[in-house]
Ligand binder design. Structure first.
Ligand SMILES: C[S@@+](CC[C@H](N)C(=O)[O-])C[C@H]1O[C@@H](n2cnc3c(N)ncnc32)[C@H](O)[C@@H]1O
Length: 313
């Protein structure tokens, strides 16, 4: 395990998120993606002796750093796991606020050995939770070509999805994927050099994003989980979600819209007969993006979007 002190991640939209959570000093809060504990520290500073925080992360190294950073606070409970499982694991618990800061942290991205980066050669792992599941190499070596193409398209809008998937399958037939640079090289052979645009960044960027999302199953369960978590809020409690790319944000936006307006009756029905009642309202002013001042300090906040939903009585 890496040293917890080495963890470096600037919490994005920090003040905006704490304000969106509208923290009650004696409330109960869930940080489903505690990471380095930046946002959690802000929440804990606003709680009194009655307030509590449950801090979850699926990455044991992240959890160790958060424990170290937050050791002065007695009212925090750490939980190793996936926030997707919180509705089952903490069934019956009620929260006054829930924060999800989705995706991977800068620290995870920068740790070459985790296999998230296309800049350095390392084992092709990409699991946030290294205690279980398929690595990215396992996934690339076993997944049917059409499913790889679908993941590249669905999770990264990669227009070369079909060609990259074809080259991946041809490559693995000769030599199975082992390292990050094996994948970079396959993408490099798949995307014609003549069509590459400088403003699109590294040619492997989208492929790495898609494979990471697939390996960690980040998107498919998200909508349902947001609905289940919103049901765990006390009246007036806030669900705040920070997303980092359009695919994540689309899932969050759709889930919030569905919770605000779940009625499935045809528009011309005079009264609702489906019986689906709204469970949240959407406070004005969201989604919120990082200010110029934050972007100057932390360019990685550029794509961050904060959305908030408030549980109805
Ligand atoms: C962007 S970072 C969070 C940073 C944190 N807000 C801070 O201030 O340091 C995302 C963290 O969430 C974790 N994570 C992502 N998806 C998760 C999930 N489904 N369940 C639990 N943890 C998750 C990652 O391991 C990572 O540590």
């Amino acid at each position: 395990m890496s040293s917890p002190q080495a963890f470096h991640h600037l919490p994005v939209l920090y003040e905006e998120t704490l304000s969106a959570l509208s923290i009650k000093p004696d409330g109960v809060y869930l940080d489903g993606t505690v990471g380095g504990g930046g946002h959690s520290e802000g929440i804990l500073k606003r709680l009194n002796g009655e307030g509590r925080l449950i801090a979850v992360d699926r990455d044991l190294d992240a959890l160790a750093s958060a424990r170290e950073r937050l050791k002065a606070f007695p009212n925090v409970t750490f939980l190793h796991g996936n926030f997707h499982d919180v509705p089952q694991i903490l069934e019956g618990e009620r929260f006054d606020g829930i924060l999800l800061d989705l995706g991977v942290s800068s620290w995870q991205l920068d740790q070459a050995s985790r296999g998230f980066s296309y800049h350095e050669d390392a084992p092709l792992d990409m699991r946030m939770d290294r205690s279980k599941g398929q690595t990215a190499a396992d996934w690339l070596n076993a997944t049917p070509e059409k499913d790889i193409a679908k993941a590249l398209y669905d999770y990264a809008d990669e227009k070369w999805a079909a060609r990259i998937a074809k080259i991946i399958v041809e490559t693995r037939a000769k030599t199975p994927f082992k390292t990050t640079l094996d994948l970079v090289s396959a993408v490099d052979r798949a995307i014609p050099k003549a069509v590459r645009r400088k403003d699109e960044g590294h040619p492997a960027r989208r492929t790495f994003q898609a494979v990471r999302i697939a390996v960690n199953d980040e998107i498919n369960p998200l909508k349902q989980v947001l609905l289940d978590l919103a049901r765990m809020l006390n009246p007036g409690g806030r669900l705040c979600v920070i997303s980092f790319h359009s695919i994540e944000d689309r899932a969050v936006k759709q889930a919030f819209q569905l919770m605000k307006d779940p009625c499935t009756c045809p528009k011309d029905f005079p009264v609702c007969v489906c019986g689906n009642k709204p469970i949240v309202s959407l406070p004005k002013g969201y989604p919120m993006s990082a200010s110029e001042a934050e972007l100057n300090e932390n360019p990685r906040a550029r794509s961050a979007k904060l959305r908030a939903a408030q549980r109805l009585p």
